[in-house]
Design a protein. Structure first.
Length: 425
């Protein structure tokens, strides 16, 4: 593979993984970010977030002279390829806020020479890329939509072992982008720009739908005395369905599913359409976050002054990302109810302006003297803790609400506690 010179805008979960992995593949990469603190940390070889395997790649590439970190205003030579991997958060209407994209595109248009190719990794609503491509083409700059499907916590592996590479644009430009990925053995789907953009939203909406579906079935399991773990295992063994994303629990979170389902819903409505299915997916997920608080209130009554521990603050294990994590809403609800909330997470941090909330240093410390515990993230350290001993240290009624169905109910009961899962017997 011929090494290329590449620039990546954005040193976040996507941009940093892209930059690091491209440099590992032999390309010379400059990763740009406007966050000076991030740049200082990265130049010292310290990854500013938790992503297994990323530190080693960054350190190796810095030593090999193939990876540097810069502020965008200090760079004039962007190389042959420019990736855009800045954030596209939700606005209050649910639409995507494209401010960061616009700022980057303005800089690209005024700085990079004709012949450069811009590769869009950020998730942008269908239609965005067509307009950007037109604007860039007027300056002789190519454009390819290359949506990212990596999962935080598994990002490095997902980069190299992605199920598919989606490249949207004109065929010649796509060919040039495909040359960057010669060491990635994934099928390449070549298509037009809006289709590439919609593949990303449709994929996330479909996965979110699987989760919400499993949660609806879980809520029925409680009524008909079935066990959701067994039911969804039986459903997922059907190859037409597949077993992934069928775990019932307190719903999805993170920086992608909530924002991308909202953006897709907005896209429907702004175009005069309506997706009842998508609305239901979003609605079920919002309901699911309330299930633990409802269950605890039902069992304990008034929560004023009652100690309720929350275990797991990140939206899933193996990441420190707490964006839109169910734990955030759950803690906010508990605080509104007047509860005292000790919380624990192995790497994630959450702050609340309340002296009723404290983040403590271990699972055991959080659980001790709590009347109820909510397991919000399935970190191994939380699921595999000594629940028998820990439950014994709780205050009555020692209620353990397992929001991820990952704790052994027998261990909780052996410690004198009450176990409640999500649709789990
Ligand atoms: N996080 C994921 O798992 C994931 C997966 C697939 C796709 N995506 C999409 O990728 C995009 C990026 O997501 P993320 O999670 O990496 O975001 P992030 O918030 O972690 O990182 C974005 C980075 O861009 C930087 N930035 C903002 N303006 C800039 C500018 N003008 N120049 C240089 N840097 C700038 C920010 O300082 C920040 O460090 C989003 O559109 C997201 O939807 C994310």
């Amino acid at each position: 593979m011929r090494p290329r010179r590449v620039t990546v805008f954005g040193a976040g979960y996507v941009g940093l993984v892209a930059g690091a992995c491209l440099s590992k593949s032999g390309h010379t990469v400059t990763v740009l970010d406007v966050d000076e603190k991030k740049l200082v940390s990265l130049r010292g070889g310290v990854t500013p977030f938790h992503e297994p395997g990323l530190d080693e790649i960054i350190t190796g590439s810095i030593e090999a002279g193939r990876l540097i970190f810069e502020h965008p205003s200090n760079v004039t030579d962007f190389g042959e390829y420019v990736y855009v991997a800045v954030g596209t958060p939700s606005t209050s209407t649910g639409s995507s806020d494209l401010r960061f994209i616009s700022a980057v595109v303005e800089q690209i248009v005024s700085t990079v020479p004709a012949g450069t190719i811009v590769i869009m990794k950020s998730t942008v609503p269908p239609g965005t890329g067509t307009a950007l491509a037109k604007r860039l083409e007027a300056h002789g700059i190519g454009y390819v939509s290359n949506p990212e499907f990596l999962r935080e916590g598994n990002a490095v592996k997902d980069w190299y072992e992605t199920d598919r590479m989606v490249l949207g644009g004109n065929p010649e430009t796509i060919d040039k982008v495909a040359e960057l990925y010669e060491d990635i053995l994934a099928p390449i789907l070549r298509c037009d720009i809006p289709s590439a953009e919609l593949i990303k939203y449709a994929s996330n909406a479909f996965l979110a739908m699987k989760i919400s579906f499993a949660n609806e079935i879980a809520n029925l399991c409680n009524t008909v005395d079935a066990d959701v773990t067994t039911v969804m295992k039986g459903v997922g063994l059907d190859k037409r369905i597949g077993g992934s994303f069928l775990n019932a629990g307190i719903g999805y979170g993170g920086s992608c599913f909530p924002k991308d389902t909202r953006a897709l819903d907005y896209l429907y409505s702004v175009n005069g359409h309506h997706s009842p299915l998508l609305k239901a997916v979003i609605d079920v997920n919002a309901f699911q976050r309330r299930v633990p608080v409802t269950a605890i209130r039902h069992r304990l009554g008034d929560l004023h002054g009652v100690r309720v521990a929350v275990l797991g603050l990140t939206f899933k294990p193996h990441t420190d990302d707490t964006r839109e994590a169910p734990a955030g809403d759950i803690i906010r609800m508990l605080l509104v109810e007047g509860a005292i909330v000790p919380a624990y997470d192995p790497v994630g941090v959450m702050d609340f302006e309340s002296d009723q909330y404290t983040q403590v240093g271990s699972v055991e410390e959080a659980v001790r003297d709590a009347c109820a515990v909510i397991v919000a993230t399935e970190w191994d350290e939380i699921c595999d803790a000594d629940w028998k001993t820990m439950t014994a240290t709780m205050a009555e009624p020692k209620l353990v609400f397992d929001g991820r169905n990952c704790v052994d109910p027998a261990a909780v009961r052996a410690g004198g506690g009450e176990y409640v899962g999500v649709g789990r017997r």
